[in-house]
Ligand binder design. Structure first.
Ligand SMILES: [Fe+2]
Ligand SMILES: [Fe+2]
Length: 443
């Protein structure tokens, strides 16, 4: 039976080699992952877990030492030891995605593993693998660090904030960690869609560029994943969206937040954030790729080729820029909701729709609202019969008629699918800080 474990481990190391040579997005890696997953699955059919330890310079499994394998794979053993990994355990239930993420993580630089390598796995949401020093004997010992599912989201947000400030200080960043964080954020959002509302409305008094960049990243990832982009592309678009306004952080706050009319010079200064941002992200081409440069540069170009920066040779916006442009305007307009009664979601919708075909790709804009719904989930709305409801789920068939939960009056409390009940309709949006406040529950 141990022969299967031996094969599994050999394949795992081959897969690690492929990841280091080609990166984890390359088809070669996917092929190799496919192979290693099949053998792991097979080996885990016979047992609950596979535990492999490094004893001295040899590999051991279930008290048996694979001397031959040890000799053959000495560089690999050294590689793992350098990463503080002396023990690897794989549990039944292991998914291919987890295995892929795991190989991605251990293919990273050894500096990442300085503290507790298990943290990296927990951070990546890998539940069925544990790694660490030999003395660690049970899964519980390693699996319940301070990172539980609940604060994974906050932790990821914190990581993203750290990367943004590193970029501003021109410090080295870890693109893998950034993508993992964005991945965790989008995963938590799909598990708990109300988070979108929290982000999109509750913190609206804070109109910092930073909050805006994060919001645009989240909207862009949500939008592109609904457009069925591949996961890696979704993350790349998220990264590009995250930095789209980075150039603005170099423009004085005084100019950015000036309440009255801007002079031509000041306006030109603000417009320059696109070129500034593009130049800035160019310094990170090696780690983040070209997309952040393209999106920083292009996100104010419009669908009809107007907008800025003006270019001598006109060419169509990159699809990632078109996605970010929609999310950018949506967030900027929605932010005003906090203090301006007139920017309710339906107003945002009609303002953006006026620009359909001019600023925005019409098909893409329709899709955006189809996925987002007209009323964000969690919105407090007044119905035509005077009752108050919370929006629970958007309806792709008719964006004006989502599924709602009537919360007041007491005797009318119930769930209603507005596409099924033509007697009811949404009449008005209630500002969540004012008249809507008492009905708002963030559960
Ligand atoms: Fe911008
Ligand atoms: Fe923006």
């Amino acid at each position: 039976m141990l022969a299967k474990v031996e094969v599994a481990f050999k394949e795992l190391l081959a897969c690690l080699q492929t990841a280091k040579m080609y990166g984890i997005v390359h088809p070669m890696f996917q092929k190799s992952l496919e192979k290693v997953y099949v053998v792991f699955e097979d080996a885990l059919n016979d047992r609950q877990e596979i535990v492999i330890g490094i004893v001295g310079d040899e590999l051991a499994c279930e008290k048996e030492i694979f001397f031959d394998l040890g000799k053959l794979l000495r560089p690999a053993i050294l590689y793992l030891k350098e990463r503080n990994i002396e023990r690897l355990a794989f549990y039944r239930g292991l998914s291919k995605e987890e295995l892929g993420k795991f190989v991605g993580i251990i293919s990273g630089p050894k500096e990442d593993f300085k503290t507790n390598p298990q943290q990296l796995l927990i951070f990546a949401g890998i539940e069925n693998i544990s790694i660490g020093k030999l003395k660690v004997s049970s899964r519980q010992d390693t699996g319940t660090l301070e990172f539980n599912q609940l604060n994974l989201y906050d932790f990821s947000m914190h990581k993203v904030a750290q990367v943004i400030s590193s970029v501003l200080n021109l410090e080295k960043i870890d693109p893998r960690m950034l993508k993992l964080s964005l991945n965790n954020i989008i995963d938590s959002l799909s598990m708990q869609r109300q988070e979108l509302l929290k982000l999109a409305t509750v913190k609206r008094y804070d109109v910092e560029v930073y909050v805006h960049m994060l919001n645009v990243a989240i909207f862009s990832m949500y939008f592109s994943s609904r457009l069925e982009f591949e996961k890696n592309d979704v993350l790349d678009i998220g990264v590009a969206a995250l930095f789209h306004d980075i150039g603005k952080l170099y423009i004085s706050r005084k100019t950015l937040h000036k309440p009255d009319q801007l002079s031509e010079q000041e306006f030109n200064r603000i417009k320059s954030h696109t070129v500034l941002g593009g130049e800035f992200m160019f310094k990170y081409v090696d780690s983040l790729g070209i997309l952040p440069v393209v999106v920083s540069f292009e996100h104010h170009l419009k669908y009809d080729m107007s907008g800025y920066p003006r270019m001598p040779l006109l060419r169509k916006q990159h699809i990632a820029s078109s996605i970010v442009a929609i999310c950018d305007v949506y967030d900027a307009l929605s932010q005003r909701r906090g203090y301006k009664q007139d920017y309710s979601p339906d107003v945002v919708y009609s303002i953006m729709n006026k620009d359909r075909g001019r600023s925005f790709d019409p098909e893409l804009l329709d899709k955006f609202f189809q996925f987002m719904g007209l009323w964000p989930i969690g919105s407090v709305v007044a119905l035509n019969d005077g009752s108050i409801a919370l929006v629970r789920q958007e309806s792709e068939r008719d964006i004006r008629r989502p599924k709602i939960e009537i919360v007041s009056p007491e005797d009318k409390k119930r769930l209603v699918d507005l596409t099924q009940d033509s007697s009811l309709c949404i009449e008005r949006y209630l500002n969540p800080w004012k008249e809507g406040k008492e009905f708002l529950r963030l559960d």
